[in-house]
Design a protein around this ligand. Structure first.
Ligand SMILES: Cc1cc2nc3c(=O)[nH]c(=O)nc-3n(C[C@H](O)[C@H](O)[C@H](O)COP(=O)(O)OP(=O)(O)OC[C@H]3O[C@@H](n4cnc5c(N)ncnc54)[C@H](O)[C@@H]3O)c2cc1C
Length: 573
């Protein structure tokens, strides 16, 4: 019997979506399955460009349907920006390969500055290009500047007619070889400071656009390109001044939400392969899965993966229900980015420890999963950048709750218009959250939720009584250790909220919280050892260490679920 918590192409039927969405999601799965595993792996190994995938998406109108806001489509076309179905598609792409996901992801990013723009002609052009099956690109990064987007060297010289000549290079720009429209970030030569920023639309086929190279060795085309006196007409200007900077950050806010579900898809495919292999491999006359440590590792991997899914599904609801008076998504979004994707790394590590040599074999999906899973925590803001962001919300989230109307499950066919009207990306420290405690109370009957709750309570004590002082608050090394503890509380909270809405097996939940208790203890010990931790903080850190509640019967029941994954999915050859 198929596990209902994991995506399985054999049984996949997203009946919770409308007819056309359901058809397109299923058609995508069918396209990959009918193309088969041999071709999937061969293209990965030969770094083939994704032309057939892009042709399939064009023929089905896949990107156009999923990535055109309702306001830019015709009534009855089913076009809308719907984060729930976008998340479902991410998971499918991740399941079949991060290269496919990446071509779609940078299209999402490339569209961000356009859909946020007041330039109606540019929006109409983008909608038309999408309808023609074109892909897009997001030209923010530069070779010398990394996360420091303030220091752009893409220079725009005014032409006097509202247009510019653009000169400069961009680096790490996905789809820069093929995009019908590249959203490029730069600054004017005649205006100092933030007022000089400009986002503009470029065409990768224009003669003044020079493709230099693919900077990575992959089917992903992560380009370096150069603009030599590229003419930017007034009709190409998407944003100017601070609005251009906000558009960059808000685009990354929208785009980085896709990394969690991609990571989930990768882990799911790898999990089927790993459990099936381990279950069938006989050593000393017994299956490998008879070893207690193998059971522990596969069980941990499984419950971590379930946690990733529950958290991400719930985060979708906050993302879709966000508005000027509810910006809680600004915390849950970097959480999906750094927490879910690093959980993904742990899942693959655990699986790989078990399947060992098999994970290197060229005819497995696992070999690419092991490589690609590493990218997600590092792109669109590193773990550090996202943790630093998460820390801004800690005090209000833990200690200063506010009242909000309950946020329901959001699988409805709505257009998520707020995402393109997020406004200034400031004032994070003033965002308030609903109380995190009631949902823990609702699951207090699960022993490990109770144990974890004790740890969350002591973290509140820490923030109230032993929080980093002025000098320590400049020590990001220490702060990031605190951030990891806080991130765990938020992770647990949304997992339980989603559990309350979907009632997954409680053995699985308790087993998952046993893992989270161990994680909290490990991060507390890490904090204890930080150079600048004060004696009070060191004492606090050790006091926060807890042992998770052992229940052999529960672990055995969860193991049975994991073992039953063996043989339930193998990609068609
Ligand atoms: C495969 C791939 C595809 C990409 N696709 C695109 C794309 O399509 N478009 C695009 O514009 N870019 C793209 N990028 C760029 C990518 O998003 C950046 O590389 C990434 O955000 C990190 O930048 P960096 O590697 O230069 O790290 P750096 O910015 O050089 O960071 C170095 C270190 O400093 C830390 N650090 C930096 N700032 C802070 C901070 N504020 N707080 C705490 N720590 C900090 C980092 O965490 C890191 O440890 C891509 C990159 C790759 C590898």
């Amino acid at each position: 019997m198929a596990d209902t918590l994991l995506f399985n192409p054999r049984t996949y039927d997203p009946a919770h979506f409308d007819q056309e969405t359901r058809r397109l999601l299923r058609a995508t799965v069918d396209w990959f399955e009918s193309r088969g595993k041999r071709k999937l792996i061969e293209d990965y190994r030969t770094r083939a460009w994704l032309a057939d995938f892009i042709a399939f998406a064009a023929e089905e109108g896949l990107f156009a349907t999923f990535l055109t806001p309702a306001s830019e489509g015709e009534p009855g076309q089913g076009k809308r920006w719907d984060t729930a179905r976008i998340a479902a598609l991410n998971e499918i792409f991740g399941f079949y390969g991060l290269d496919y996901w990446y071509a779609w992801q940078v299209t999402v990013l490339g569209l961000g500055p356009v859909w946020q723009s007041d330039n109606a002609a540019a929006r109409a052009r983008a909608a038309e290009l999408l309808a023609q099956g074109e892909v897009f690109a997001f030209g923010l990064s530069e070779k010398a500047h990394g996360a420091d987007i303030y220091s752009t060297d893409m220079l725009l010289e005014p032409e006097g007619d509202g247009g510019f000549r653009a000169r400069g290079s961009k680096y790490y720009i996905g789809n820069g070889n093929a995009a019908g429209l590249v959203s490029v970030f730069g600054r004017r030569t005649d205006v100092e400071g933030p007022d000089g920023y400009v986002f503009f639309a470029a065409d990768s086929r224009h003669p003044a656009y020079h493709l230099v190279q693919n900077v990575v060795d992959s089917s992903k085309y992560v380009s370096e390109f150069r603009l030599d006196d590229y003419p930017v007409g007034p009709e190409d200007v998407l944003h100017t001044g601070r609005a251009a900077f906000d558009a960059a950050l808000n685009t990354v806010n929208v785009g980085k939400f896709n990394l969690c579900t991609a990571s989930i898809g990768i882990c799911e495919h790898a999990m089927y392969e790993a459990v099936t292999h381990a279950h069938n491999r006989m050593l000393y006359g017994r299956p490998v899965t008879a070893f207690p440590h193998v059971r522990r590792e596969l069980t941990d991997a499984y419950v971590r993966l379930v946690g990733m899914k529950l958290f991400s599904d719930r985060a979708v609801d906050y993302f879709r229900s966000a508005g000027p008076d509810d910006r809680r998504y600004l915390l849950f979004n970097p959480m999906t980015k750094m927490k879910v994707t690093t959980e993904g790394e742990k899942v693959i590590d655990l699986l790989w420890d078990v399947i060992a040599a098999k994970g290197f074999e060229k005819d497995t999906y696992f070999a690419q999963a092991a490589v690609e899973i590493r990218g997600l925590p590092k792109l669109e803001g590193t773990v550090h950048v996202n943790l630093a962001l998460i820390l801004k919300f800690m005090r209000n989230h833990l200690l200063n709750p506010a009242e909000y109307a309950p946020v329901p499950t959001r699988l409805d066919a709505a257009d998520d218009v707020f995402l393109f009207r997020q406004g200034p990306a400031r004032g994070l420290g003033s965002v308030r959250f609903h109380d995190w405690r009631p949902v823990f109370d609702a699951y207090a009957h699960l022993p490990n939720v109770g144990r974890f709750r004790e740890q969350a309570d002591v973290l509140c004590e820490f923030v109230a009584t032993a929080a980093p002082d002025e000098e320590q608050s400049r020590d990001l090394d220490l702060l990031l250790a605190v951030g990891q503890l806080f991130a765990l509380v938020v992770h647990g909270q949304l997992i339980l909220e989603q559990a309350g809405l979907t009632s997954p097996d409680e053995d699985v939940l308790d087993e998952l919280f046993a893992v989270l208790v161990r994680d909290f203890s490990a991060h507390a010990v890490e904090l204890h050892g930080k150079n600048s931790a004060t004696p009070q903080q060191q004492r606090w850190a050790l006091d926060a260490v807890r042992r998770s509640v052992v229940d052999d019967g529960r672990s055995a029941r969860v193991w049975e679920r994991v073992e039953s994954l063996a043989g339930t999915y193998e990609m068609k050859p």
